[in-house]
Design a protein around this ligand. Structure first.
Ligand SMILES: [Zn+2]
Length: 516
């Protein structure tokens, strides 16, 4: 990846007209005059409506139409927030592995060149051995950090019922709306390191049985706090701003500061020796996230010009994958998700209770196999299907499309332009003007990302015209929303908000707990 920028996959051996051969390199753009005018990537519109859907019993799956796969959760805004969270995890790991404060904690393994200020001498170039030492030191720092994070998670997890009770008791939301409380509001979030452990734990196959065994049913019911994360994560800097109330709660509970790096670097770190209420090695569970986090960062859909279209296609493909799972119950274990399908699958799993309900529905009898479209069946009517264990083969047979395709920014933009139904990702059906537009967008987004990574002021949006008062309030559920109370401010000078009912009350409304 010579461009060095995530998301772009240029320089592959492709024909010269292929999108992977395009020459797109980030340039320096004129910065906006203020932070408010900076372009927002992704557009906040992509998170609109991020809320927890009402509880419902999913319909039986109709195998003839993936459009009818009955999914109220997740939707593309949850996926977008998930991408954002993963970037936060990626940044956290970078902060830890590059932390000078932790160098002192793990001992003297850092070679000279790292601290050498004077680099005029050519001998200061790192050797392979130096690079190894740095790598080892980075691994040690991350292991130390995760070990401590697991300790902190155990304290939080032991108190999770208290957190949930507290959130319910201090809930200022209208009582009528509290029926199916199902997620935490920002004032009840844990620090990011603890959240990473919880995230990894929920995605572990033992989470569900552990919650039963250790009496964590209330926690099991929770949806991952997407709405709260939307409120606390700075989209540009990816800083996780834990509200004071949440920080105080964690400090009271654990006797530890919120920032784990400074906790570890000011010895002796407090280590609570409590019995863990889980059956698995949580350090391993966190390590299992590494490759997905890396892949997500490499593709960087979050900052891509095609983000919205990509996530819509992602949900469509996920529904097809679910269909495949239910059509081939005997091969479930062998079906391997691609990265995009895994993103949706993980997001679904992060609402453990709903995922469990969805996944354990009885399907067999409802499926009408006669209605299932199998376009390629005629071609290989005599094929021995029992030998086809490969996901790609099953997919192709079912949907007459290739299972895997390139997910880079350029290919995703082309899918957007060609209506998303192209089997082959190719520019051959696009006009020169259209191709130029795509290249221009890629150039702009790549340049903005380069500026963002460097901490520079971003440019203004190229389509600036509108937007001035394009504020929207988060949709808090079906028929309820949060609005600003005019002229009222809290002690920090932030406008006071209240939750109002917009439409007639329906019986199933899920609320975040403890929202103020
Ligand atoms: Zn591509």
């Amino acid at each position: 990846m010579p461009s060095g920028l995530s998301g772009l996959r240029f320089g592959r051996q492709e024909p010269s007209t292929h999108q992977h051969s395009w020459k797109i390199s980030p340039t320096i753009l004129a910065p906006a005059s203020s932070r408010e005018e900076e372009v927002r990537i992704p557009d906040s519109e992509i998170f609109r409506g991020i809320s927890i859907p009402p509880g419902h019993t999913p319909r039986a799956l109709d195998a003839s139409d993936t459009g009818k796969v009955d999914l109220l959760y997740p939707s593309t805004n949850h996926l977008a927030m998930h991408l954002c969270l993963i970037e936060c995890f990626y940044k956290l790991r970078n902060d830890v592995t590059n932390s000078k404060e932790l160098d002192a904690v793990i001992g003297p393994t850092v070679p000279h060149f790292v601290s050498a200020e004077n680099t005029q001498n050519s001998q200061t170039h790192p050797t392979a051995a130096d690079a190894d030492i740095v790598r080892t030191s980075q691994i040690k720092k991350w292991e130390l950090f995760v070990k401590a994070a697991v300790g902190r998670f155990n304290v939080w997890w032991q108190n999770i019922d208290k957190v949930i009770r507290h959130a319910k008791a201090y809930n200022t939301i209208p009582a009528a709306a509290q029926q199916d409380t199902s997620t935490l509001s920002k004032n009840y979030l844990p620090p990011l390191d603890v959240l990473l452990v919880w995230y990894s734990y929920i995605l572990h196959p033992s989470y569900s049985s552990d919650c039963v065994e250790f009496g964590k049913q209330n926690a099991f019911m929770l949806c991952f706090p997407w709405h709260a994360l939307y409120e606390v994560i700075d989209q540009k800097t990816l800083v996780y701003n834990l509200p004071t109330a949440a920080a105080n709660m964690f400090t009271t509970m654990s006797s530890q500061a919120v920032d784990l790096i400074s906790c570890l670097s000011s010895p002796p770190p407090y280590t609570a020796s409590i019995g863990a209420q889980c059956s698995i090695d949580l350090e391993d569970a966190v390590a299992m996230q590494d490759s997905f986090v890396n892949d997500t960062h490499q593709l960087l859909w979050l900052r891509s010009p095609a983000c919205s279209g990509s996530l819509t296609r992602c949900m469509e493909r996920y529904k097809r994958f679910l269909l495949l799972v239910h059509l081939h119950p005997d091969r479930r274990a062998g079906l391997v998700p691609t990265w995009d399908i895994e993103l949706a699958l993980r997001t679904h799993q992060l609402y453990a209770d709903k995922f469990h309900t969805f996944a354990s529905r009885p399907f067999g009898r409802e499926l009408d196999y006669a209605k299932v479209p199998r376009p390629l069946e005629t071609e290989k009517s005599t094929a021995n299907t029992t030998t086809e264990t490969n996901t790609a083969d099953l997919w192709k047979r079912q949907f007459a499309e290739p299972y895997t395709c390139c997910l880079c920014w350029a290919c995703e933009c082309i899918k957007d332009a060609s209506g998303g139904s192209e089997v082959e990702v190719s520019t051959s059906n696009l006009s020169q003007k259209h191709i130029k537009e795509i290249q221009k967008a890629l150039q702009f987004y790549a340049s903005v990302e380069r500026a963002r990574e460097s901490g520079d002021r971003l440019p203004t949006s190229p389509r600036q015209a509108k937007k001035k008062d394009d504020k929207w309030e988060l949709d808090w559920g079906h028929g309820w929303r949060e609005v600003v109370v005019k002229g009222k401010f809290d002690e920090h000078g932030n406008p006071v908000k209240k939750v109002v009912r917009e439409k007639a009350y329906t019986s199933h409304i899920n609320w975040m707990m403890g929202a103020t």
